[in-house]
Design a protein around this ligand. Structure first.
Ligand code: TYD
Ligand code: MG
Length: 453
């Protein structure tokens, strides 16, 4: 007999407690504790499994060949580290309406074309609605099997009967298992369903895509544990006002992280963008102040991105600082460096910093671009349009070296830039300048002198 147990679980972070609490002691959220029912299953093990879990030396284990299946979408394969690994579980997170379902139905059709059938389970849309979308995308395949179902046991039974080549679960938040009485989307349900699906995927070696919704704060709704269970976590992000969408790897057991794929949402679905730098720089105004181009690196892919800044005198008491696409605290820190080291009087100024194209950059190599754009706007002096910058700025104004300089310079040369301003230490170790003028700088003052020379 299994033992029934009730407990309270925070819907924000997964913290459990025997009693109800108004405030979660772990994450501090209010009114998030919900009653959950747990079925404590006796831990039984199939006799055949015993041998597998005997301790054994690493060298004696036969390395299985890593079988990668191509999704048929080049950028999708790239973020997956070269294709799908058999039996892997891939979580695709993203805000509402960003295009998760579109991406996966397109991938499903390509997968079905190239290999075996794909089971597309939707708990959000009826088969008719999916059909409507598919027609719009020009997809019509008898190897894409649609299933409108939210009961997990039903899905697993259907999948076991069909033996598809891969499975897509359209939103884990709509699925429920009969074992738990809590509502679909609650922490317990999400975790339990994911664990069961994972178990099925590993046993049957069928790759599984799980779509997950994202909360306002940007984390995948439901428990953090979901990210721990799965093999790969991808985030699909982008500004709804822009057509660009970026698929980003956050975790990957079978490849590198921070890899990105760039897509554009068109009226016939998502299309791959082969050369994102060109796209992000198209429509760049020439000879206006406050704009710089940064050679940034996302995973292994260099990206040239335009950074813009607007500096103007404050009209209300408190100066405003607004950043889109770059870290707010980082910008404040760089403003402080500019004031103290380079002597720019930014105290009474409103400062706005924006990354064009709705993309986010987190790496410190954009620092040089940020101080370049801010000082350009402050001095109302345009930066030469064929100049690219990158480098990290330290608190005492020193310019620090960054990684993978050659890739950045190659990209700049490809797009047609003529001059690169970079940390001196990077410049000294450079193998090939690709015909560009390379200017090394050691501190912020130095950099501004070179930039506006
Ligand atoms: P969808 O894949 O339904 O988003 P999600 O599953 O992440 O919630 O995509 C919805 C948006 O994409 C919707 O606002 C309309 C837009 N869209 C296009 O612009 N073109 C298309 O061909 C399709 C199918 C959707
Ligand atoms: Mg959807």
């Amino acid at each position: 007999m299994s033992k029934l147990k009730y407990f309270y679980q925070c819907q924000a972070c997964g913290y459990t407690s025997a009693k109800w609490l108004g405030k979660c002691p772990d994450c501090g959220a209010w009114n998030t504790m919900v009653e959950e029912k747990a079925v404590a299953e006796p831990r039984r093990r199939a006799p055949g499994d015993r041998e597998k879990s005997m301790p054994q030396p690493l060298s004696s284990i036969e390395g299985g060949k890593e079988k990668r299946i191509s999704t048929g979408i080049h950028e999708f394969d790239r973020v997956l580290g070269g294709g799908i690994v058999a039996g892997s579980v891939i979580l695709v997170g993203g805000g509402p309406g960003i295009g998760k379902s579109t991406l996966l139905i397109q991938a499903a059709s390509k997968l079905a074309e190239n290999s075996r059938t794909v089971l597309y389970v939707s708990g959000e849309e009826s088969p008719e609605q999916i059909k409507l979308r598919a027609e719009r995308l020009g997809i019509n395949s008898d190897k894409v099997i649609l299933l409108s179902e939210t009961n997990l046991e039903g899905i697993i039974a259907a999948a076991a009967g069909l033996t598809p080549g891969s499975i897509v679960i359209d939103s884990i938040q709509t699925m429920y298992t009969e074992e738990l009485s809590s509502a679909p989307g609650s922490v317990g349900q999400v975790r339990e369903c994911a664990a069961k699906l994972m178990h099925f995927a590993k046993r049957s070696e069928v790759p599984l895509f799980i779509i997950g919704h994202v909360t306002k704060e940007g984390a995948i709704a439901g428990p953090r544990v979901l990210e721990h269970i799965v093999d790969t976590v991808l985030y699909f992000e982008g500004d709804r006002g822009h057509a660009y969408r970026i698929l980003r790897t956050v975790k990957n057991r079978f490849g590198s992280t921070n890899e990105i794929g760039v897509f554009e949402m068109t009226d016939s679905g998502l299309t791959v963008i082969e050369n994102p730098s060109e796209l992000f720089l198209s429509g760049r105004p020439q000879n206006v102040s406050g704009s710089t181009v940064v050679a940034s690196l996302e995973g292994t892919r260099p990206l040239l991105i335009e950074l813009q800044a607007l500096v103007s005198p404050t009209t209300f008491g408190m100066p405003r600082r607004t950043c889109i696409g770059v870290d707010f605290n980082r910008v404040n820190l760089l403003v402080a460096v500019l004031e103290k080291i380079a002597g720019l009087h930014l105290g009474g100024m409103d400062i706005f910093v924006n990354v064009v194209g709705g993309i986010k950059i987190v790496e410190p190599a954009v620092d040089l671009g940020i101080i370049g754009a801010i000082s350009s706007s402050f001095r109302e002096a345009p930066i030469h349009p064929k100049t690219v910058v990158f480098g990290e700025v330290g608190l005492s104004g020193e310019i620090r070296a960054v990684s993978q300089v050659d890739a950045r310079i190659r990209e700049a040369a490809k797009i047609g830039f003529e001059r690169v301003i970079l940390p001196t230490t990077n410049g000294a170790r450079l193998k090939d300048s690709q015909g560009l003028e390379i200017v090394g700088v050691t501190d912020a003052g130095d950099f501004l002198d070179v930039l506006f020379a």
